[in-house]
Ligand binder design. Structure first.
Ligand code: HEM
Length: 461
């Protein structure tokens, strides 16, 4: 793609000066992407004092490596993250710590290793084929405008549900969807969430606890249905894999409660992030017809059926580059937050005990010192023959011991869905209203724009 053709998608306004204390707290609750001043995109460190202590945003790759990898044991999740996530993930992999976390990570990682991808891609392909068929019917009938945000949310949850519970998702999918929508209310942090330690119960926490009981009861009933179904010799989905998984060091299996919390964690962590990534990819492609045509041409020569999809992912370098570029411009996990257990220092960066350390993929991925044309959509920077980005400058999945355990699954899913949809449809926006990212828990659009899809002629096989 030549430099003059680069598309620069709109982004929220950035304050010229650091925000006041209350301005900062308001921004965290309304749109966290507008809380960092212009200087954050030029500097290694932005530090500010809040009533609750020091807050340090770090964008220097070597210092990020220090926090997330070399001295990772000194940093834990914040009280606010725990109170927001625990109702939906329980004590699963995302929130556990110490030996409990090590046991869970060792036991789960093999189920999501690249060699297990064929089992999971089967579910990705089946759910995607159904979505393509549904969209084709809709546009053939009335050429209706399509809400691709809702479509991607439904598809990503369907994929997460079927990958976990291939037999039960048809029956329980609607109930899961309803509860996850309800959770969006509890996920929005309140002022008290941010200021009080997790041990003090806030009014919002009471609602969260009631929600947790109902959500975990739903997961329990799906598990009961599965356990009553006849077993097979070969695993059908992630649930079969997790149920059979053993800690390679101790041989221990997950208890029933542990299994339930892992299932809840995987469904939450796995669907919302991928849904927004796919939505942003479609929005970028609608503005870049050349990139669409290139994906369609790449995908048209491949067999994307359930049996061959895993292999096909290896032959979709441009589609994969669009996924990587989308995750750079719109990282679903826009910030990784830690709290320092003990005082720490890296070079000139002083981190007091209790300081909140932020590593913000949103800022890092648009940092002027680390990227050429940081705000422009240019997938070619991720093609296999392009120079790789500086280490620790590109972190859509985090880094270090707590790096995303589902990254390979997510990348395969996003690549295959994008290839199948782009191969089947020309994608265009109905109007030209800018779509701005808003970050509260993940990087969402400020509204759901409508799209016009037109069949390309060759439907996905
Ligand atoms: C585009 C999609 C995804 C993105 C952008 C994403 C991003 C991330 C990030 C940044 C972290 C690290 C958080 C931190 O260090 O505080 C993380 C952790 C995690 N992710 Fe993902 N994720 C995605 C998809 C998935 C999927 C599909 C699954 C499960 C099937 C998953 C499961 C998890 C779990 C369990 C953790 C916690 C790991 C641990 O603490 O050991 N994620 N993810």
């Amino acid at each position: 793609m030549s430099a003059h053709a680069l598309f620069v998608p709109p982004r929220p306004a950035t304050p010229a000066q650091p925000l006041s204390f209350f301005g900062f707290l308001r921004a965290i609750r309304a749109n966290a992407l507008s809380m960092w001043p212009e200087a954050a995109y030029q500097q290694d460190v932005v530090r500010r004092s809040l009533l609750s202590g020091t807050n340090v945003l770090i964008s220097a790759p070597a210092a990020i490596r220090h926090v997330l990898v070399d001295n990772a044991d000194n940093y834990r999740r914040t009280h606010a993250s725990i109170r927001i996530l625990r109702p939906i993930t329980g004590d699963g992999l995302l929130l556990s710590t110490g030996e409990a976390w090590r046991h869970q990570r060792r036991t789960i990682a093999p189920a999501l290793a690249p060699r297990m991808l064929p089992l999971l891609t089967r579910h990705i392909v089946t759910a995607t084929e159904e979505t393509v068929a549904r969209l084709s019917a809709l546009i053939a009938l009335a050429n209706q405008p399509i809400d691709l945000l809702a479509t991607m949310q439904t598809l990503a949850l369907d994929i997460a549900g079927r990958s976990m519970f291939s037999l039960e998702t048809r029956q329980y999918g609607a109930a899961m969807r309803a509860m996850l929508t309800e959770y969006a209310h509890y996920a929005r942090p309140t002022l008290l969430d941010m200021l009080l330690p997790a041990s003090i119960v806030t009014p919002r926490d009471l609602g969260r606890r009631r929600f947790q009981r109902r959500w975990m009861a739903l997961i329990d009933s799906i598990m009961r249905a599965r356990m009553a179904a006849p077993a097979t010799g070969t695993p059908r989905d992630l649930f079969d894999l997790l149920r059979a998984a053993r800690d390679p060091d101790t041989g221990a299996a997950f208890s029933r409660d542990e299994l339930r919390d892992q299932v809840a964690t995987m469904i939450l962590a796995g669907h919302e992030t991928t849904a927004v990534a796919l939505f942003w990819a479609m929005t970028l492609l609608a503005a870049a017809p050349d990139a669409q045509a290139r994906i369609a041409a790449e995908a048209a020569t491949l067999d994307l059926s359930a049996e061959h999809a895993t292999e096909a992912v290896e032959h979709l370098p441009f589609t994969r580059a669009v996924v990587s570029e989308t995750l750079r411009l719109y990282p679903p996990a826009f910030v990784i937050v830690r709290q320092a257990i003990a005082a720490d220092r890296y070079g000139e960066i002083d981190i007091p005990r209790g300081a909140v350390v932020m590593i913000a993929p949103w800022v890092l991925h648009r940092h002027h010192r680390l990227w050429r044309d940081p705000d422009a959509f240019d997938p070619t920077r991720f093609l296999p023959d392009a120079p790789p980005p500086p280490r620790f400058a590109y972190l859509p999945f985090g880094a270090g011991p707590r790096v995303c355990v589902g990254a390979q699954f997510a990348l395969a899913e996003a690549t295959l869905v994008l290839a199948a949809l782009t191969c089947s449809f020309h994608i265009a926006r109905v109007d030209t209203t800018p779509v701005l990212p808003v970050a509260v828990v993940t990087t969402q659009p400020d509204h759901a724009p409508m799209f016009r899809l037109r069949a390309r002629g060759a439907l996905v096989r």
